[in-house]
Design a protein around this ligand. Structure first.
Ligand code: FE2
Length: 249
């Protein structure tokens, strides 16, 4: 059994709650689809929890910290700039800093398992940056291009909204499919949602587990107010980024 997490966004209370749930299920193989950092107030603490994962993929926020926040909105860019200052902070041993930078620099764009199972941050054709939204099921050209890069199933994050896109043009929320999806049913593109900044109206953290045959979606409650209060102590981070966690938007 594997756990698939994505879009933690420096939200430590959310990440710790999800990791505790994963541990309670006796799962020790974790695949992270990227965006460990960005937006939130505890990037260092979140990075330091990821070193032993089976795979860590590059998200657009790691890419932005590494090479610049191209195409980011001003609030997201401000958080990227602040995150970078935390990674180069004075008073932290060089060895520690280098370990974190090397970790970010070595993140992969894609992870593959036997049986046509793949993992990306955004989409198979543009791994770090492309968004695949529910409304895209009407864009046949786009979905055909996405599915041309999928053998059986591809897991992604990036939109912060969990759900299943099928090759036949259907879209199912986790509720629509009873919280589970058997991957041999048909080819699918599966979004596992976001640990640290859910945007589907449910404030709980989202992640998935995968046993090789079926995917299960999970929602985990965490102390949202704790994260909001850490935000409020960092004036460089736009307060909107903390307050939106109370809405799940
Ligand atoms: Fe994200």
């Amino acid at each position: 059994m594997k756990a698939i997490v994505s879009d933690i966004h420096s939200n430590l209370p959310a990440f710790e709650a999800v990791l505790a749930d994963i541990e309670s299920k006796n799962i020790d193989e974790i695949i992270c689809l990227g965006d460990i950092i960005g937006y939130g107030p505890q990037p260092i603490e979140c990075i330091d929890l990821c070193y032993d994962f089976e795979a860590n993929l590059l998200g657009n926020h790691e890419e932005a910290v590494l090479i610049g926040a191209v195409g980011f909105n001003p609030k997201a860019a401000a958080a990227v700039d602040w995150t970078r200052t935390q990674l180069i902070r004075e008073g932290v041993p060089e060895e520690e800093k280098n370990k974190r930078w090397n970790f970010l620099g070595e993140m992969k764009l894609r992870h593959d398992l036997e049986g046509g199972v793949s993992f990306v941050h955004g989409s198979p054709r543009e791994p770090t940056r492309e968004y695949v939204f529910r409304s895209d099921i009407r864009d046949r050209e786009k979905m055909e291009a996405i599915f041309s890069g999928i053998d059986q199933v591809c897991f992604a994050g990036h939109t912060h909204t969990p759900g299943v896109f099928t090759v036949d043009g259907d879209y199912l929320t986790p509720q629509d499919c009873g919280g589970e999806w058997p991957i041999r049913k048909t080819r699918a593109f599966i979004n596992v949602g976001s640990v640290g900044q859910p945007r589907d109206g449910d404030i709980r953290s989202s992640y998935a587990t995968f046993d090789g045959e079926k995917v299960s979606f999970h929602r985990i409650s965490y102390d949202v107010e704790k994260t909001v209060s850490v935000f409020s102590g960092i004036p460089e981070l736009p307060s909107y980024l903390g307050l939106r966690l109370r809405e799940g938007r």
